[in-house]
Design a protein around this ligand. Structure first.
Ligand code: F6P
Length: 552
């Protein structure tokens, strides 16, 4: 059932009030806000599911937060949230429910879709995953030649790659010491070739992960891997012991030649970029074991319960979302940086890029009208401290406003010497520097203290000034455990949801991927001279050049 069309975002009373409020506080410096309000840090902090959020270093006042929460209410965030958790088909363009939250429900919970309690089905698959992963991890599962498994190669792309890859990297301290995980996603043959150099067929398990099982990149890679395995082990029969599939499409899995007994299923109400909690998480469960995988799910579920029940003003994902709306729509910020001060989260920004940009990179409302406001930001990031020596210059002294999230664990899995103290100090220093900046007087005094004076000093001052007033959030966690990682991912999933709800866009389809796919299909035979096509002069000349100049 479709909800009635919502009034245009920019005509909501809270939007108008925020526009006026922005004009009033846009020039106010956070230094001043901190100086005049000693309770600020305490008031603008929240904690849930093992995540502590300090959002006091934002260009906000109590009025800002009140109006932003009002905007969320007027935009119908609470209603859409309830409809999502209930399993309504809120992904209207694909006619699907959005129920990744059901994947992390404990046994005994009930979520009914089409008359079926999907939580039972979820746990049935989890049990199959448990049996399978235990047999691989214990060495009981034997390959075609009798060897146990030492290498796992996940073949998938997008949501069938980024989540498992990111989580396996993040949870390395929990990984099975005898298993090496590999991920092949790119259709560039180099990705597969370089991976196959590092594994030996007899002890390698391939997971072909594809929701649709029709994705060109994944099927091309899977066919290459299968041909290699059969050649290495000398028999088609080897496939049964070395290939498993994760998909919603049993027919295509069978057509590929994988016995559906070796297939782990999931459902169309799990979006690709929200699927690591489903059987798509098989590589995670293999690597860190089922108990840890269940902890990951439980951490996400704790955050789900918080998101579902906490008032908007005290709701972590809602607050992150509203701050993002504040900067995107009122300050004109085009990007958002995610800056994990944790090396094991080095693929987290890449993972979030799909989550956020494939979800909220939309230009029409749920009703199909063009929006007249900005939607999802360009999301990017790198682990600290590497970013500090690369792009932080622009964040500190450039002309653009780049809000960012700093994420750091209090305890390291590798407490070597003073490394972690230095990491923490850098993280906290950056958020302080971004907020405070450095005035011309401070720069002058510093240069004078260093022995400089006169014209030389004055010439340098403008270069040494930091405007500050650059917003950031800080997320502190005790330690990056599976439960904390689960909560952290769910935090961003729900942030994206809330923003999509406010912008009145469908965060759960991805039609923007289609056009390139269609055109690639048309160009492919043209590159091999098997077909001709009609193109603009640039594309036609490039096709011709590729066709006639490539040597292989
Ligand atoms: O990029 C488009 C997309 O459909 C993603 O949403 C999805 O995660 C990815 O392709 C892979 O799809 P599949 O799991 O069906 O191979």
């Amino acid at each position: 059932m479709n909800a009635p069309a919502r009034p245009d975002l920019t005509s909501l009373p809270a939007w108008r009030a925020l526009t006026e409020h922005h004009a009033a506080i846009a020039e106010v410096h956070m230094r001043e806000l901190f100086a005049t309000d000693p309770g600020r840090a305490g008031r603008y902090a929240l904690e849930a599911a093992g995540l502590f959020l300090d959002y006091s270093k934002n260009r906000i006042t109590d009025d800002t937060l009140r109006l932003l929460a009002q905007l969320a209410r007027e935009a119908g965030v609470e209603d859409l949230r309830a409809r999502m958790f209930r399993g309504e088909a809120i992904n209207a363009t694909e006619g699907r429910a959005v129920l990744h939250t059901a994947l992390r429900r404990p046994r005994g919970d009930v979520v009914v879709v089409d008359g079926e309690n999907v939580v039972e089905a979820v746990h049935a698959v989890l049990e199959r995953i448990e049996t399978f992963t235990e047999s691989v991890r214990s060495g009981a599962w034997r390959g075609h030649t009798g060897e146990s498994i030492r290498h796992v190669v996940n073949i998938g792309i997008g949501g069938s790659d980024l989540g498992p890859l990111m989580a396996c990297e993040a949870l390395r301290p929990y990984g099975h010491p005898g298993l090496t995980m590999h991920f092949v996603s790119n259709v560039d043959g180099t990705h597969m070739a370089e991976t196959l150099k590092r594994v030996d067929a007899a002890s390698t398990l391939f997971i072909v992960a594809s929701k649709t099982f029709t994705t060109q990149e994944t099927l091309t890679n899977a066919h290459t891997a299968r041909a290699w395995l059969v050649e290495q082990l000398g028999s088609d029969a080897a496939v049964a012991k070395h290939f498993v599939a994760v998909s919603t499409n049993a027919r295509e899995v069978g057509a590929f030649g994988i016995d559906t007994a070796n297939m782990f299923g999931f459902w169309d109400w799990v979006g690709g970029r929200y699927s690591l909690w489903s059987a798509i998480g098989l590589p995670i469960a293999l690597y860190v074991g089922m108990a840890n995988f269940r902890e990951l799910l439980a951490g996400a579920n704790t955050l789900d319960r918080h998101f579902e029940s906490a008032p908007l003003e005290a709701n972590l994902p809602v607050i992150l979302a509203l701050l993002g709306v504040w900067y995107s729509n009122f300050f004109g910020a085009a990007t958002h940086a995610v800056l994990p001060y944790d090396q094991s989260l080095h693929r987290f920004p890449a993972y979030l890029q799909q989550l956020d940009m494939e979800s909220n990179g939309k230009r029409v409302t749920r009703e199909g009208a063009a929006v007249d406001y900005a939607t999802g930001p360009v999301l990017w990031g790198e682990p600290g401290t590497n970013g500090q020596h690369a792009f932080y210059q622009l964040i500190h002294q450039g002309t653009r406003l780049v809000p960012g999230d700093f994420i750091v664990p209090l305890d390291s899995h590798h407490p070597i010497g003073r490394h972690h103290t230095l990491l923490l100090a850098n993280c906290l220093a950056q958020t302080e520097a971004l907020m405070r900046g450095k005035t011309a007087d401070e720069a002058r005094a510093e240069l004078a203290a260093g022995g400089m004076s006169g014209a030389a000093l004055e010439a340098l001052v403008p270069h040494k000034v930091f405007p500050g007033n650059r917003p950031s959030n800080t997320v502190l966690v005790q330690k990056l455990t599976p439960a904390v990682l689960g909560a952290l991912i769910a935090l961003y999933e729900h942030k994206v949801f809330v923003q999509g709800a406010i912008w009145n866009i469908n965060s759960f389809d991805q039609w923007g991927v289609e056009l390139g796919k269609q055109l690639a299909k048309a160009i492919e035979p043209e590159l091999e001279g098997r077909a001709g096509g009609s193109h603009d002069s640039s594309t036609a000349a490039l096709i011709e050049r590729v066709r006639t100049r490539r040597s292989a």
